[in-house]
Design a protein around this ligand. Structure first.
Ligand code: NAD
Ligand code: DAU
Length: 336
């Protein structure tokens, strides 16, 4: 099978490429990734089956590049996106271009080349904040951040290609991922790497926002299952095993790392900060999905990974672009 993976130099995409090449020896992967600040060829260093992988540096919103990448492809797994909520608050343009326009360009090329399956990787954030219970796949979409709105728009576009053109599409909506190769702008890697350097973790607002954490390897297994066994035109939620307030998350990591409570700095809240996400996963469980690890075991392994791979994240944090991002994002935030 020839698979087109978009965004395979990013956090989840690179874990998926590794997972797939190691697991299925007949699969070849074309990896279309423009390499934004979040894309990193080092994420694929030393992987098994590297000879069955080809990286094409290109933009998913460029029809010519996409047409070339799509040739002879059996299936697409579409990860490429602008993925960080905070960045969408200060500059939404790139989110609309990549997440919405890029998805449309990919769908058109997949239609032209008669691709057999197209998995669109989406997020639980499209449902918006849920005070109680858990979102089901047919619940209404109420995105609150520009990032979530761009993902909801792309989900609806995917749905429209199923209804209008009968395209063989599937959508997954996953909760908060953690694990190796996560760019140090997301909460967990910011926390772990800051604490390794004795720097504070900036906790937004009252710290009572709830997220549902899943190890990236389990997310990849869920996507692989949907790719192979999902029903065309359907949406599948993929949730985690630990629904925690950010304060609880901080305490779990603090305990493992032996960090003092003074290294938590309460700062001004994120604008439009969703209070709680939760997804009902009975549909993907009916396909046979099971988590392969517990939250505590995976969290410990993740912290160890950041200890053992300091050159990976220090290189990223040392870049001028990262430093100015960090300064802009956090230094203006008032302490609470
Ligand atoms: P990431 O930011 O780590 O990686 C995104 C990748 O896409 C990068 O390699 C980047 O270079 C590439 N990319 C961006 N714009 C591109 C363009 N125009 N053309 C080609 N490549 C481009 O993101 P991630 O956290 O790995 O998320 C991957 C996908 O999973 C996204 O669609 C995201 O919405 C979704 N998702 C993420 C999470 C999470 O917790 N991180 C949870 C649920 C769903
Ligand atoms: O729910 C799935 C989503 O999870 C994905 O679709 C997104 O791509 C991914 O980035 C993630 O979004 P979040 O906004 O939930 O993740 P983030 O790591 O940015 O933040 C997690 C929580 O921690 C959130 O409530 C905000 C808070 N936070 C975040 C950062 C970066 C802080 O308190 N301080 C921080 O410095």
């Amino acid at each position: 099978m020839k698979l087109l993976v978009t965004g395979g130099l990013g956090f989840i995409g690179s874990n998926f490429v590794r997972h797939t090449l190691a697991k299925s020896h007949k699969t070849r992967i074309v990896n279309l990734d423009i390499r934004t600040y979040a894309g990193n060829p080092e994420n694929l260093k030393g992987m098994k089956g590297a000879r069955r992988h080809q990286w094409i540096k290109g933009d998913i919103a460029d029809p010519k590049v996409v047409d070339r990448a799509m040739k002879g492809v059996d299936a697409v797994v579409h990860f490429a996106a602008e993925s960080h909520v905070d960045r969408s608050i200060t500059d939404a343009g790139a989110f609309l271009r990549t997440n919405v326009l890029g998805t449309q360009v990919l769908l058109d090329a997949a239609k032209k080349h008669a691709v057999r399956r197209f998995v669109h990787v989406s997020t639980d954030e499209v449902y918006g904040s849920v005070a109680t219970g858990a979102s089901r796949e047919n619940d209404r979409l109420l995105p609150n951040s520009p990032y979530a709105a761009s993902k909801a728009a792309s989900d609806l576009l995917v749905r429209s290609y199923f209804e209008t053109h009968g395209m063989p599409v599937l959508v997954t909506r996953c909760s908060n991922n953690f694990g190796p190769y996560q760019f140090p702008e997301k909460a967990l890697p910011v926390m772990i790497t800051n604490w390794m350097d004795g720097e504070p973790f900036p906790l937004y607002g009252d710290g009572l926002n709830i997220r549902d954490w899943i190890h990236v390897e389990d997310h990849c297994r869920g996507i692989d299952l949907v790719l192979r066994k999902g029903k065309l035109g359907e949406i599948y939620n993929i949730g985690g095993t630990a629904s925690l307030t950010n304060k609880q998350l901080v305490e779990r990591v603090r305990r493992i790392m032996g960090v003092d409570a003074s290294l938590v700095e309460h700062v001004t809240d994120r604008l439009g900060h969703d209070r709680r996400y939760a997804v009902n996963c009975s549909k993907i469980k009916r396909l046979g999905f099971k988590h392969s690890t517990t939250f505590d075991r995976a969290l410990k392994a993740t912290i160890e990974w950041y200890w053992d791979n300091q050159s990976w994240w220090r290189k990223l944090k040392g870049k001028t672009g990262y430093k100015s991002y960090y300064k802009k994002q956090y230094k203006g935030l008032a302490k609470r």
